[in-house]
Design a protein around this ligand. Structure first.
Ligand SMILES: Cc1cc2nc3c(=O)[nH]c(=O)nc-3n(C[C@H](O)[C@H](O)[C@H](O)COP(=O)(O)OP(=O)(O)OC[C@H]3O[C@@H](n4cnc5c(N)ncnc54)[C@H](O)[C@@H]3O)c2cc1C
Length: 402
């Protein structure tokens, strides 16, 4: 892919001229977000329900298969295309955007990157169609930022893994169309030179349903109401030995790679959220009349909006940079963390400012900025907290921060 800096960018909000396919896709998803996703957002947020018809439409548009090869039912495009779609959806509804981001980034991509041919042919066409969702379960009660706390175990005997443990906060893990959850489990231990014990973590595919695999009731979350998030209990769950994903003992390293990539799409989601708050604020500031003039005529409000624009701009450039490096096969770990850090801060700060600009209306759940206000906090926590991003960045700079 060639990308040239453009002084007359067709998208006034980006500093890059995107390739033609990507521009068209971005505009198409933007229209879909405005016409289909935004009008339904409040209703589903209130019902706390995933709108399966909208997810199916996204499947028909090919969004769940964007970075997957055509031979596996995908669109044969790239990760940047996924990011652009996620960004546009997040302007309108973060829950819908994260359903796509996690469905592809955490559900399908680990199988595409590390699955066997049989696993790819079995799972990717279903996931690319948007008619099936997959989750990735790493987090447990004592294993969030620190995956070494994983307690779920998997033992291998007679050609089968037997899995026992619990997982928490797993996205897309309990919906009506969830067909798979990949979990990480301790499959052994080794002793380091200093005598300390190192857990061997392995990723294993658990089809849904499988006896002993229980999706507990959905969480009562502050935001992302429409997104599907459950605790999971696994009791003597048996799956074939061939359900191992990647190499035995490489579960942690592989998950870190999955997260690095996922953070780029997550940063795109953050940028979309920040952009949504900006657009709502511009509209409101141009129509809300107080003291005989539109509130945007006050320099304080105009400057607040200018600051919001500056945050969106930096967040977008940061994720474009990480995405371009990713798709061009260049190192992008630090750039992904920077993009996720800046993007989540931009979304949170823009949501706060937008809510302030809306005054009392901003505190009503029916206003889009109120939803962004509730939704944006998780952006600083999910797929690695801001502190974890700072640790990744400082590690690249030579500090051992964790
Ligand atoms: C809605 C939602 C969806 C999610 N989806 C998924 C999913 O699909 N799959 C999945 O596996 N997980 C998922 N998660 C889990 C999420 O990734 C974790 O919540 C996150 O990584 C933080 O882990 P934790 O909650 O255990 O916090 P902890 O690790 O307990 O951290 C608590 C606080 O301490 C800070 N902290 C920890 N260690 C350090 C340190 N060394 N230095 C400085 N600060 C530190 C953290 O940054 C944080 O602020 C989801 C969570 C939510 C809320």
């Amino acid at each position: 892919m060639t990308v040239s800096p453009s002084s007359t960018a067709s998208d006034s909000l980006s500093g890059y001229e995107l390739p033609q396919f990507h521009r068209k896709l971005r505009d198409q998803v933007r229209e879909f977000a405005d016409e289909v996703v935004a009008p339904a957002a409040y209703e589903y947020d209130t019902k706390r329900e995933l709108p399966y018809d909208i997810i199916a439409e996204m499947g028909d548009m090919g969004l769940f298969g964007l970075p997957l090869p055509i031979e596996y039912g995908g669109q044969g495009r790239d990760y940047l295309a996924l990011c652009l779609a996620v960004e546009q959806l997040a302007r309108a509804d973060q829950s819908i955007a994260v359903t796509l981001e996690a469905g592809v980034g955490l559900g399908a991509m680990p199988i595409f990157r590390r699955g066997t041919e049989a696993q790819k042919h079995e799972w990717l066409p279903q996931l690319a169609s948007g008619r099936a969702l997959a989750g990735f379960g790493l987090t447990e009660a004592d294993a969030g930022s620190d995956a070494a706390g994983t307690k779920t175990t998997a033992t291998l005997a007679d050609g089968e893994w037997t899995i026992n443990g619990t997982k928490q906060f797993i996205t897309n893990s309990g919906s009506k169309i969830t067909r798979l959850v990949t979990i990480t489990a301790v499959t052994g231990e080794s002793v380091r030179a200093d005598g300390s014990v190192k857990k061997e973590l392995t990723a294993i595919l658990v089809p849904v349903p499988t006896p002993g695999f229980v999706q507990e009731p959905a969480y009562d979350k502050v935001g992302w109401h429409t997104s599907d998030t459950h605790p999971l209990t696994l009791t003597d769950v048996r799956v074939p030995e061939t359900n191992i994903l990647g190499e035995r003992g490489r579960g942690f390293a592989n998950f870190i790679q999955t997260l690095d990539e996922g953070r780029v799409a997550f940063a795109a989601l953050c940028t979309g959220a920040a952009q949504g708050c900006l657009e709502e604020s511009i509209k409101y500031a141009n129509t809300r009349n107080v003291f005989g003039k539109n509130i945007g005529a006050n320099q304080y409000i105009a400057f607040k909006i200018a600051r919001m624009q500056a945050r969106v701009h930096s967040a977008r450039l940061a994720y474009y940079d990480a995405a371009f490096k990713l798709v061009n096969g260049r190192p992008f770990k630090m750039e992904a963390s920077i993009a996720k850090l800046l993007g989540s801060e931009a979304a949170m700060e823009n949501a706060r400012d937008a809510t302030q600009i809306f005054g009392g209306y901003g505190f009503m759940n029916s206003s889009p900025v109120a939803r962004h206000y509730r939704d944006s906090k998780i952006l600083e926590i999910g797929e690695g907290t801001s502190e974890v991003q700072l640790a990744v960045i400082s590690r690249v700079l030579g500090f051992d921060a964790l």
